[in-house]
Design a protein around this ligand. Structure first.
Ligand SMILES: Cc1ncc(COP(=O)(O)O)c(C=O)c1O
Length: 286
């Protein structure tokens, strides 16, 4: 039987129950993380947990666990479910209390839930690239918080799917922010650009890994906003996320980018990224 976490307990999924007045369910009043598991090992677990605490703090939820406890719980869950290549989803809500917009009192404790799943690397898409479309960024002004409120992201992703696209790349008044569930980048003349980590985007963990890899390998990287025109005329486009890794975008709004194949620099970043998680796996097995 597959196991899940509810608060500090690991239990059979069939035993897990959440109150219908949980504020996550009623208001989306909570935060979450998705952490990649490669060969049974959490990849960038520290960074994800750090962002989890930071998101919770920004919406004034106290995480009722120490970071080490959470780390241990997630690792136990991975082991119990024998996850090989997959992910851990974890969320924390403000807890269950009679529906009221005002925060509940201190006697209401936050509710942690987590589960795992097997997720194969999207090798075919990583190899050939994917199509994307452009959409209005209609989200709020605190996109730096990984909150449960994802409705605008869902609408954009659904529109993309209906257009046969993998991702919707969002813009505010012509300035590209990010993807509906990814960070977005362009390559122009050998230089990579992505929106700076402000309140208008989620500072992706994959984005942070990529910036470090670029620094270490002397690849020019600029945290600078770019326009829709820049996007349409880019030599290369790619998006990154925990499950998409470094995903080449080879078609935008039906038009080919470059020669319609993943670009050279995107390929190089893919290689560096794979080396990175392979080295984490290796370090863990020693
Ligand atoms: C809106 C948004 N931006 C960026 C990302 C990428 O973040 P990460 O690399 O931490 O998965 C995600 C991931 O789900 C996302 O939802």
């Amino acid at each position: 039987m597959v196991k899940v976490i509810v608060n500090d307990k690991i239990m059979d999924r069939s035993e897990a129950a959440i109150d219908i007045e949980d504020r996550g369910y009623q208001f989306g009043d909570g935060v979450y993380e998705v952490i990649r598991v490669y060969d049974g090992v959490l990849f960038t677990g520290d960074e994800h947990l750090e962002r989890f605490y930071s998101s919770a703090e920004k919406i004034k939820i106290n995480v009722p666990f120490q970071k080490e406890e959470l780390f241990d719980l997630m690792n136990q869950l991975i082991q119990e479910n024998k996850v090989k290549d997959g992910s851990v989803y974890m969320q924390l809500t403000r807890g269950a209390s009679p529906r009221n917009h005002v925060f509940p009192g201190k006697d209401t404790t936050p509710v942690l839930t987590a589960y795992t799943k097997e997720v194969a690397r999207p090798v075919e898409s990583l190899e050939n690239g994917v199509a994307a479309m452009v959409a209005d960024d209609i989200r709020w002004l605190r996109c730096d918080i990984k909150s449960l409120n994802l409705l605008p992201n869902l609408l954009a992703k659904q529109a993309a799917t209906e257009q046969g696209c993998y991702e919707a790349i969002l813009h505010r008044d012509g300035l590209v922010t990010e993807g509906s569930s990814s960070n977005a980048y362009i390559v122009v003349d050998g230089k990579i650009k992505t929106h700076p980590a402000t309140n208008l985007i989620l500072n992706g963990i994959t984005r942070q890994v990529l910036i470090r890899l670029c620094e270490q390998n002397n690849i020019p990287f600029f945290e600078e906003a770019f326009t829709l025109e820049d996007l349409r005329n880019a030599d290369e486009i790619f998006v990154t996320s925990t499950t998409s890794e470094v995903m080449p975008v080879v078609k935008l709004d039906g038009k080919e980018i470059g020669n319609g194949k993943p670009g050279e620099l995107t390929r190089k970043l893919q290689v560096l990224f794979v080396e990175e998680f392979e080295s984490v796996k290796k370090a863990h097995s020693m």
